[in-house]
Design a protein around this ligand. Structure first.
Ligand SMILES: NC(=O)c1ccc[n+]([C@@H]2O[C@H](COP(=O)([O-])OP(=O)(O)OC[C@H]3O[C@@H](n4cnc5c(N)ncnc54)[C@H](O)[C@@H]3O)[C@@H](O)[C@H]2O)c1
Length: 478
């Protein structure tokens, strides 16, 4: 193995001890409310994933996209389709690695979406917070433990919102299961499971999919669950993590790489482009973490990014009175009576009844209008919620402590993998406030809000995106 191929293995327990010893919570950002903004002026960095957010944001009342940035002019050009026939005329920053700083410095912005590759997230987010902007970052918020602490520190010092946009919590079924948790359907939740098992191998090896082949490079130099938030975010919300309970410690087991290295070597035989990827020490196919909470509940989290089995999020919640399970299909509920009520099965009527009973208010409000948007509409539901909260001066649905705790799983599992799966403590970024912190993902709109309208897509967007057009027309013809 080349020297540069040695996997970094920082002393995470020592880093956490040092930060915890000197960190003083300046202000508790859980439940933080910023002054209401009638119009939310938005800047977006990174226009591949960022384009999904543009598509949603241009349909929201009270939003002005005033700046966009991508280092590649081609991505700026592609994203312009979403602005055609709209009142959005953003400043453009492109053509250099550091142009994003100018966007952050632009005076007339309230909120910045960070949608660049993950290794850049924290530095961009911290810079934007320091420019006095609220920040919503794509997942994960950071890959290093130091940056998780720095994000917490900076949000507390600047008193600006920082949210990691865990959109899987806004999937239809997931929202129902979160509402079930809020309404006590499960009784005491004992255990929950989540995963992001989805083969991204073809995407990672594609020369055109991800900029600078960044995902493949990262898989070639890391250990641990490097994409934890889609599996963990929704179940952590069900368990009220950071608001009544807290993740205490974890153990993590990672298998070997059975696919990536082989594929890289095969491709390199005929294509010199892949030579630099042929000798990398790829992360294993499957990684499994077990987490114990302070209240003695357990969480199981899996991540398998390459094995070609069907997409599996698991998303299972098990309690003393009930349970829910999303994957593998069909999705189902149980009422503690030793029976699954599954979609499309013998007890479909009861599944439908429960689904309907526990559908939260937010879905009734924007459910149909979110169809046609990314990730089963969850992108629109989440973006709508963010904007609606900012316009009404409400806490954002997820706070900086959620972002830090969920993202910290990356360095923690990396450490455990490289220390024979030994257990490691999960830091308390809330400085003890988790005991009393309020729920902030207000999916029943009980704290107000719910008055941000969704506007029709532009004519250009409907021409460009057939799916969006069909969904919109179908709903509004009903
Ligand atoms: N929440 C979700 O469901 C979801 C889905 C896809 C991606 N993501 C996240 O979105 C982020 C981006 O992923 P992606 O798939 O769009 O990656 P990508 O490589 O396709 O796109 C990243 C974009 O950022 C640009 N970029 C890179 N460095 C830059 C810099 N210094 N300044 C300005 N622009 C820069 C690139 O040119 C590229 O267009 C990642 O954090 C990923 O985890 C989330």
């Amino acid at each position: 193995m080349n020297e540069e191929n040695v996997i970094s293995n920082p002393d995470i327990p020592a880093i956490n001890r040092a930060y915890a010893a000197r960190h003083v919570q300046r202000r508790n950002m859980a439940g933080f409310r910023a002054p209401k903004l009638d119009t939310v002026r938005v800047g977006i960095i990174g226009l591949r994933r960022g384009a999904n957010h543009i598509k949603a944001l241009v349909q929201l009342e009270g939003v002005e996209i005033r700046a966009i940035c991508d280092k590649r002019p081609s991505e700026v050009e592609k994203s312009m389709v979403w602005f055609k026939d709209t009142d959005h005329h953003p400043e453009i920053y492109t053509g250099g690695e550091d142009e994003w700083k100018k966007l952050c410095e632009q005076k007339d912005l309230d909120l910045i979406f960070v949608c660049s590759p993950i290794p850049l997230h924290a530095q961009m987010s911290i810079y934007a917070l320091k420019q006095g902007k609220h920040v919503c970052s794509e997942v994960a918020a950071s890959w290093t433990m130091e940056e998780c602490w720095e994000l917490v520190k900076t949000a507390e010092e600047t008193q600006k919102h920082f949210m990691m946009m865990e959109n899987y919590s806004y999937m239809d079924f997931h929202l129902v299961t979160i509402n079930m948790a809020y309404k006590g359907f499960y009784g005491d939740i004992v255990h929950a499971e989540g995963a992001y098992n989805t083969s991204k191998e073809d995407n990672c090896f594609s020369k055109t999919m991800y900029s600078d082949m960044w995902w493949l490079r990262e898989f070639g130099k890391r250990r641990g669950i490097i994409y934890p938030t889609h599996g963990l975010g929704p179940i952590a919300t069900c368990l009220d993590i950071n608001r009544g309970d807290r993740m205490d410690y974890l153990v993590y087991v990672e298998g070997s790489d059975f696919t990536c290295g082989r594929k890289a070597r095969e491709l390199a035989q005929n294509d010199p482009f892949y030579e630099e990827f042929a000798g990398l020490p790829y992360r294993g196919n499957m990684g499994v973490a077990l987490i114990r909470t302070v209240k003695g509940r357990t969480l199981m989290l899996q991540h398998d990014p390459y094995t070609p089995s069907p997409h599996n999020l698991i998303h299972g919640i098990y309690g003393t009175k009930g349970a829910a399970l999303f994957d593998p299909e069909p999705p189902r509920f149980s009422k503690g009576d030793h029976r699954w009520y599954a979609k499309g099965g013998k007890y479909n009527d009861e599944y439908d009844r429960l689904y309907c009973e526990y559908t939260p208010e937010i879905c009734k409000w924007i459910g149909k209008d979110s169809k046609g948007h990314g990730h089963g509409g969850s992108d629109m539901r989440m973006d709508w919620h963010i904007i609606d909260c900012l316009r009404n001066g409400l806490p954002l649905p997820q706070d900086v402590y959620d972002a830090a705790a969920l993202s910290a799983i990356v360095p923690l599992t990396s450490w455990s993998a490289q220390n024979r799966s030994n257990s490691i403590d999960i830091p308390d970024f809330t400085c003890g406030a988790w005991r009393d912190n309020p729920r902030n993902m207000d999916i029943n709109l009980e704290n107000g809000g719910g008055n941000t309208r969704i506007l029709p897509p532009s004519q250009a967007a409907m021409t460009f995106d057939d799916h969006l057009a069909k969904q919109w027309e179908q709903h509004h013809a009903e």
